[in-house]
Design a protein around this ligand. Structure first.
Ligand SMILES: C[S@@+](CC[C@H](N)C(=O)[O-])C[C@H]1O[C@@H](n2cnc3c(N)ncnc32)[C@H](O)[C@@H]1O
Ligand SMILES: Nc1nc2[nH]cc(C(=O)O)c2c(=O)[nH]1
Ligand code: SF4
Ligand SMILES: [Mg+2]
Length: 239
């Protein structure tokens, strides 16, 4: 069995973002990313500050059961970019055998055939504030492969920090009008302690984003969300 670098396994918690928001889920966070977003809230997956553990699919599933017992039916793969790794198809198949649904969070830069088997795929292309560049042809290919999967869901989620990010989101939405689109509050306060100050800032940012979407005639079908887990637990890791 192939080994997959795993940074952390945690849950059950709630999915705090996007299309699956509020869903009770476990998380498997893989190590390594092909991007370096300026505001990455999970930079510990790629900046060398934390070490990944190499685990087989069987070890990952065992660890999920040790951590979550029987209190989950849904597992979210995130990172880093989980799409850097082969061998994840074995994790998906083993979970499917146990009746557990799967989700993935990826930026849509690297294709893996196992994407097709994931129940809830969230593709999160990166706006200008991240300082990353979108390869539109690659993204077209990605989204075309995932669009029509009976019984499975695909969505796009763009994190918004400023007005140029909003213009980027409008362009993404116009390019893929049939794919459900979520806009998410950016959290610029990655070093802030949990508490009323952070909560207030995040809600103000959310209110700003809602008002921007209300004002845009190019964003009439999007859903606007905060990061629920940051509202509840601030910048804490593993929740
Ligand atoms: C940490 S990433 C891991 C998965 C994948 N690399 C990606 O970016 O989609 C998970 C999600 O968190 C979002 N995210 C990262 N940093 C954030 C921040 N500071 N504020 C809000 N969302 C953030 C990303 O845009 C992505 O949608
Ligand atoms: N509760 C919770 N929801 C999340 N949604 C996306 C996350 C991520 O870091 O990928 C995340 C996370 O780390 N925790
Ligand atoms: S693509 Fe995702 S994990 Fe990678 S740097 Fe950007 S936000 Fe972080
Ligand atoms: Mg996160």
């Amino acid at each position: 069995m192939k080994k997959i670098p795993v940074l952390e396994i945690f849950g059950p918690t709630i999915q705090g973002e996007g299309m699956v928001i509020g869903q009770k889920t476990m998380f498997v966070r893989t190590g390594g990313c092909d991007y370096r977003c300026s505001w990455c809230d999970s930079a510990f997956t790629w900046d060398g500050s934390q070490k990944a553990e190499l685990l087989t699919a069987e070890e990952i599933v065992n660890r999920l059961r040790e951590t979550g017992g029987t209190s989950f039916n849904h597992v979210t793969l995130s990172g880093g970019n989980p799409a850097l790794h082969q061998g994840i198809e074995e994790v998906i198949a083993m979970l499917k055998d146990e009746g557990v649904r799967t989700a993935v969070e990826t930026q849509g830069s690297i294709w893996q055939d196992w994407m097709i088997d994931i129940d809830d795929v969230t593709i999160s292309p990166k706006p200008p504030s991240s300082r990353m560049k979108t390869d539109w042809e690659k993204l077209d290919h990605y989204i075309n492969h995932l669009k029509d999967r009976p019984g499975k869901r695909t969505s796009i989620k763009v994190v918004i920090f400023d007005e140029s990010d909003l213009r980027y989101a409008e362009a993404v939405h116009s390019r893929y009008p049939d794919v459900p689109m979520y806009l998410q509050t950016g959290n610029p306060h990655l070093d802030a302690a949990e508490g009323e100050w952070l909560l207030k800032q995040l809600l103000l940012n959310y209110e700003w984003l809602v008002n921007q979407v209300i004002a845009s005639d190019r964003l009439n079908e999007v859903k606007v969300l905060p990061q629920l887990h940051t509202l509840l637990w601030g910048n804490k890791q593993g929740v």
